[in-house]
Write a protein that binds this ligand. Structure first.
Ligand code: C5P
Length: 243
């Protein structure tokens, strides 16, 4: 973990700017990034992104675009104009959509990552959707993101270890569905703890309710950061790069 590149992205899934900015003010932008998702963006739009940037946070705009290539490309271009750090699209949109999205992001613009299979889906649900075995589907979708020149993928920590060969040229693995030890799973199904996800090779961890729903979000984030540091120390002791 470094101050330049914090590992944790706190999902600010709030109904409005008041809650989101209240939570953000209790956090330190040197220690985490924040994620603005569908609920908050539908309620508040670009001003809440700019307000969070004004507090010093780098923002992951998590709108998971999935539409025809032309529409997704134009949406990505508008998202890039917001000065966000990361944006995403659904990998299920297919190679032409992924390539159009990538071409729409200007040089020096946000990182573009593809969502593979939502971490809220159980393996049974993935099969029922006709997507086959979740691990194989995640791998094929991640490969199509890599081939289209995206900067990384969103996947469960459970699948991150299978994708290590794709982590070339700065291709990153972003993992939601993270639950600190003992926390409730909520609606997530393919969850991992912080140390499990980092041991699987995840680069960034998206954590929402375990931090934002805690009575003291700052203390909850501090506990998560302790777990990140402990995992980094374990990695360093195995002669790997510390986090
Ligand atoms: O509260 P929780 O930690 O479950 O929040 C996870 C966040 O990550 C949510 O904002 C959700 O939209 C997002 N996400 C996810 N699974 C994905 C992609 C994004 O849970 N595959």
């Amino acid at each position: 973990m470094s101050f330049e590149d914090p590992v944790i992205i706190v999902a600010l899934d709030f109904a409005g700017a008041r809650g989101a900015l209240g939570a953000a003010r209790s956090l330190n932008p040197a220690q985490c990034r924040v994620k603005v998702g569908l609920e908050l963006f539908c309620a508040e739009g670009p001003p809440v992104v700019h307000a969070l940037q004004g507090l010093g946070f780098q923002v992951f705009l998590d709108l998971k675009f999935h539409d025809i290539p032309h529409t997704v490309a134009r949406a990505c271009a508008r998202a890039a104009e917001l000065g966000v750090w990361m944006v995403n699209v659904h990998a299920l949109g297919g190679p032409r959509m992924l390539e159009a999205a990538r071409r729409a992001i200007p040089t020096g613009g946000p990182q573009l990552v593809g969502v593979t299979v939502l971490t809220s889906h159980s393996p049974e649900e993935v099969a029922a959707l006709g997507l086959g075995a979740s691990a194989e589907r995640v791998r094929s979708l991640a490969r199509s993101c890599h081939e289209a020149g995206l900067d990384g993928v969103v996947c469960s920590g459970r699948e991150a270890s299978d994708l290590q060969d794709l982590r070339t040229g700065g291709f990153v693995l972003v993992t939601p569905g993270i639950r600190p030890k003992g926390a409730a799973a909520d609606d997530q199904r393919r969850t991992q703890t912080i140390s499990e996800a980092l041991a699987s090779g995840a680069d960034y961890l998206v954590i929402g309710r375990p931090v934002t729903g805690a009575p003291d979000p700052a203390a909850a984030l501090a506990a998560c950061l302790d777990e990140v540091r402990a995992a980094g120390a374990r990695r360093a002791s195995k002669n790997q790069e510390p986090l």
